[in-house]
Design a protein around this ligand. Structure first.
Ligand code: NAP
Ligand code: SF4
Length: 680
């Protein structure tokens, strides 16, 4: 068992003791802007109070600084009263919480968008109005007022957001600061803005209030900061009065994935470790630290004093409690999918979590006890015990069985295959999605601990199910077979056969269907076998030697070399990949483009024969000389048991892909599974 001794060392600030080194990093939840947001946020953070320190989602110091027009600001005593509901709830269960002050600058999606200079961000339709010298002074005052009000609201401190390409970072980098007054030009003038904010905030809040400064360690955009400038800024921020430096990696406009699933675990801790040799302030390492073991490794290597785990605490509120007692098998691991957290925020929806649909809905989705211990937990109401059969051990069935068993029901889980996991076992085979197996491990563990009866290799029939009080049908999907001549050929296979390893593709592959799975299969087929963590940096042009400003360089063509030639096809017009996630779709598209995958839209399929795949494209007949044709044409629900069960009068509910195969997605499947069990 991994010993987590470093992770659970307390840290003493004099005026504040943190019991462990796990920081719940800042993330937007969308709750702050809701009518019932105070109470829901209070519950959300209180459930996560076993982390050493919580940093809230960003709150703007003024109207211009909001990310969008609906976003929250902290400008008045009245606003502070709302925050006090949150801080009280966290303190009542022994937690510690600081509020992030975020001025988005030129990343603001509204007309009042301002910036250091009138330079528009490539990811924003709004052009910023440059702040006048008087505006700069007023903005600093707004930061200070915000910090003072945060103290009044009961926070233990503030985090001043100086990275990710937001306003403060825009002042620091020559890329976005071309001012000719006292706030631009030389490095000293460009860093005056953050230094004045920190210095005046410290003077206003006193010594016994934590000031975390989030510093951009690698901008990952051209004309960002140099390493020497980062170090000089860190030292100056320390002198100005900060207590802790949090690491920032990459601007939002950077074309480098920094937190998505394909980023190796803890890949960016090295740069925090490099700064650690230069400053005496405690440092927080960030990005893709999704397992306690990864955090422990970083701390043990002396690369940081704390590790930030934001999405991992969304996925499992009790992560710190479970890690402390060494029970890593019971942790619900964040798989870095972004589907229910960041993608929701970008769609103006409340965040939740694909693997934990109760996240941000804690008051509505009260999960049964057992593995869901927490600080200040109370025992749930007693339920009537029911005999429940769950048919299918994919994500929906696993979630249903685990939740029902934890609630005390007598659960029998039937799975036709010899392993649990269903579609998630296939997903875990895709390079960059290895963490999906963690979800299978987590739910399987809960089911075993709750002593449910697991019957692998068992296809349940109606008679097997007749004596249960309720049947939850989670029988999943089967690949759709399109009406295409020649599909019975030896050169044709389906995506599940490729991802499971049952069949191997040749050197030239045509993929029929460019949905999420078509993209995954293309990634699987074009990925070289010998990729290392260094390949990630080479592929995306991250320069660990920091030779140029921003630590970027030209991506390595060699690192993108594909072992196969691949065509990815769809019948629809328009660019393939439009249905992929908002925050990850661009990465999948860029990845396949770099590997030379040829994407064709508006295709008409004619037939498959020994020569390959015959299609029509742009009015011409074409032969794609593929050795293998992989069908990824969506799925159809497997629900053969539904009507026979109903006909026998058996109480049945249907979840996941069996319920609806179109737009089949794991987020909906897991949420339906949990909900069905909670509603028993
Ligand atoms: P999908 O996204 O619905 O895509 C199915 C593809 O098959 C489409 O490109 C469709 O395009 C094509 N197709 C449908 N009927 C066809 C037919 N009769 N003949 C030929 N082509 C046909 O389904 P999926 O790729 O199986 O993915 C299922 C779900 O898994 C997704 O919706 C997603 O939620 C989830 N998923 C997501 C990701 C991700 O975001 N990275 C990865 C994997 C899975 P045309 O009709 O235009 O040809
Ligand atoms: Fe992690 Fe995905 Fe959950 Fe977000 S939705 S917290 S990325 S598992």
């Amino acid at each position: 068992m991994t010993k987590l001794t470093h992770l659970f060392q307390p840290y003493e600030f004099g005026f504040l003791t943190l019991p462990n080194r796990i920081v719940m990093g800042s993330m937007h939840t969308g709750l702050g802007e809701r009518a019932d947001g105070d109470s829901r946020m209070a519950t959300f953070y209180a459930r996560r109070a076993s982390a050493g320190l919580i940093i809230t989602g960003g709150i703007a110091p003024n109207l211009e600084g909001r990310v969008n027009e609906g976003a929250a600001t902290l400008e008045t005593g009245e606003h502070a009263k709302h925050h006090a509901v949150v801080t009280r709830a966290v303190h009542d269960v022994g937690g510690r919480i600081v509020m992030q002050i975020l001025h988005t600058g030129r990343y603001a999606y509204h007309k009042k968008c301002v910036g250091a200079s009138a330079l528009q961000a490539p990811i924003n339709a709004y052009k910023p109005t440059p702040l006048s010298a008087a505006d700069v002074e007023r903005t600093i005052d707004d930061f200070v007022r915000c910090a003072r009000l945060a103290r009044e609201a009961g926070y233990d401190g503030v985090e001043i957001m100086g990275s990710e390409g937001y306003l403060i970072n825009q002042f620091i980098a020559p890329r976005t600061n071309v001012r000719e007054d006292d706030w631009g030009g030389s490095f000293e003038a460009r860093i005056r803005f953050p230094l004045e904010i920190v210095r005046r905030t410290r003077a206003a809040v006193g010594a016994d209030f934590l000031i975390v400064f989030r510093i951009s360690l690698m901008d990952l955009v051209e004309n960002g900061s140099t390493w020497d400038e980062v170090v000089a800024l860190a030292k100056a921020v320390q002198s100005a009065g900060a207590d802790v430096l949090n690491s920032g990696i990459g601007w939002h406009e950077a074309r480098v994935p920094t937190i998505a699933a394909m980023v190796p675990h803890g890949a960016y801790a090295f740069i925090t470790g490099r700064l650690k040799k230069e400053v005496t302030l405690p440092l927080i390492a960030v990005n893709r630290i999704n397992l306690p073991e990864v955090g422990e490794r970083i701390l043990a290597a002396g690369e940081a004093d704390f590790v930030s785990m934001a999405r991992p605490l969304l996925a499992d509120p009790e992560l710190a409690l479970k890690a402390k007692r060494g029970d890593l098998a019971s942790i619900n691991t964040c798989i870095g999918c972004n589907q229910a957290c960041l993608d929701h925020i970008f769609e103006n929806k409340e965040a939740t979590c694909l693997v934990n649909p109760a996240a941000c809905r804690e008051e509505e989705w009260e999960l049964p006890g057992g593995t869901h211990e927490r600080l200040g937990a109370t025992q749930g109401a007693k339920r009537t015990v029911r005999k429940v059969a769950v048919v299918g051990g994919g994500p929906a069935g696993l979630a249903a069985a685990a939740t029902a068993a934890d609630a005390g029901h007598q659960v029998t889980l039937f799975e036709a295959a010899d392993k649990l996991g269903g579609q998630f076992l296939l997903a875990a085979a895709v390079p960059g999605k290895e963490d999906y197996k963690e979800t299978v491990r987590y739910f399987s563990e809960r089911i075993s601990r709750a002593k449910a009866d697991i019957r692998l290799g068992t296809t349940a029939g109606v008679d097997d199910l007749a004596h249960f009080d309720t049947v939850i049908l989670a029988t999943g999907v089967t690949p759709r077979v399109p009406p295409l001549e020649g599909l019975d050929g030896a050169n044709v296979c389906f995506y599940d056969e490729i991802l499971s390893g049952a069949k191997t593709a040749g050197a030239r592959v045509a993929i029929v269907g460019a949905g999420g799975i078509g993209f995954d299969v293309a990634e699987f087929l074009t990925h070289p076998e010998n990729e290392t963590e260094e390949s990630y940096f080479e592929k995306w042009g991250v320069d660990k030697t920091y030779a140029a400003r921003g630590a970027v360089k030209a991506p390595s063509k060699e690192a993108w070399r594909s072992p196969r030639q691949v065509w990815l096809l769809q019948r629809k017009p328009g660019k393939p990949g439009e249905t992929l996630g908002k925050t990850t779709g661009w990465i999948h598209k860029a990845s396949l483009k770099n590997r030379g995958v040829e994407m064709l839209s508006g295709v008409g399929y004619e037939k498959v024969d020994a020569q390959g795949l015959h299609i029509q494209h742009k009015g011409e007949k074409l032969l794609l000389p593929a050795d293998t044709i992989v069908v990824c044409a969506g799925q159809e629900s497997v629900r053969d048991l539904l009507e026979p069960l109903k006909a026998r009068g058996i109480d049945v509910c249907i979840v996941g892909g069996a319920h609806e195969a179109g737009e089949l997605d794991a987020k909906r499947a897991i949420a339906q599974g949990v909900r069905a069990a909670l509603d028993l």
